[in-house]
Design a protein around this ligand. Sequence first.
Ligand code: PMP
Length: 429
Amino acid sequence: MKDFRQRELVERARLVIPNGMYGHESVASLPAGFPQFFSRADGASIWDADGNKFVDLMCAYGPNLLGYGNAGVEWAAERQRALGDTSTGPSEIMVKLAEDFVAMIDHADWAMFCKNGTDATSMAMVTARAYRGRRKILLARGAYHGAAPWNTPGLAGIVAEDRAHVIYFDYNDLNSLADAIRGHEGDIAGIFATPFRHEAFANQTEPSLEYAQGVRRVCDELDALLVVDEVRAGFRLSRDCTWSLLGVRPDLSCWGKVLGNGYPISALLGAEKARIAAGSIYATGSFWFSAVPMAAAVETLRQVRETDYLERLTDMALRFRAGVAVQAATYGFGVMQTGPAQMTQILFEDDADLRRGFHWVREALEGGLYLHPWHNMFFCSAMTEADLEVSLTATDRAFAALKAVGGKLPAQDNAAILTRIARMAKSAA
Ligand code: PMP
């Protein structure tokens, strides 16, 4: 794999960007050789700075739902760009977007737009507190809801007071939720839930029906708001809120990532009973009203409603999962593929230091497939039969390479990851 340009960019970045890169798109915690910089994206593929092409099972960590450069979305954005984007006031497209979105999502009666998922979850948190003037926010231990002081997993620069009114409980465990609430019954503002348990470094788990319904019941009893954080899972499992599949309606839902198919826009949706609270909070941003991402979102939502994108990406995801399962069995590896296939997490059994996983994804990368060794992956509806074939050929090659080295896998360059696992385990405790 060519990496001449990559090396040069990494070297230049090191001098002018702290650590050379930051956040979830830093490759510091990926196997050596994973490209940091990219030059192009189209359909289900990405090209790195040296022009190496990969079928991309990360989809930009979610946003790519309909394919990079989706013609309809690009056309809608282009048309709006010719008219204007960031201006002194919002475009009329904002009203259309709110109408369309609210009409699609069963629990929603109103919408507010922002940029990142963290904006949406933070607005949900503040709205929940404003609703009855209470303080306590309940979060499932280990769940990711963003990079703000009240929820970031990284604790540098965060003080205890930032979390003074955040209480943690265990996902899928109503007893743990009851314990967390005990003694604070009159002060519970809201309970956050991700649609399923999709944490990094761990197998994913689905919520039980009893749990999802139980959280709803507890919120009703306490007159607290149930917030479902759809930022990661939104529209990959359902055309409505994911918990609509379980018959549970949240009071607030947070959306981001896929909403503009890659254009920067996120949203907080809410039920009637939370409207006054949402209208009372101070929430704004210089770019929150930009019209181009809203035009992209209107078209993304149209395709969600009117095309078979969901069935197509689900079909590809299930076939990929089945193919990997057969290969793993053939080569004799214990592989855990957990969570919904559309957002699969793949971990090796007996691989606490991710040695096998690192080797496997590194080999797959050489074969033209971009996988992740410890974060859930994402499918988009632009994946073609040829992309699927490239993907399964790459995973087969990777299993063969893993088999060839047998038990003699060297300790990898994953010290940074292991430190991070330890840090995250501590911060979640
Ligand atoms: N909530 C969930 C469930 C997420 O997965 C993420 C991002 N991975 C966020 C919130 C934060 O979104 P953003 O990175 O756009 O701020």
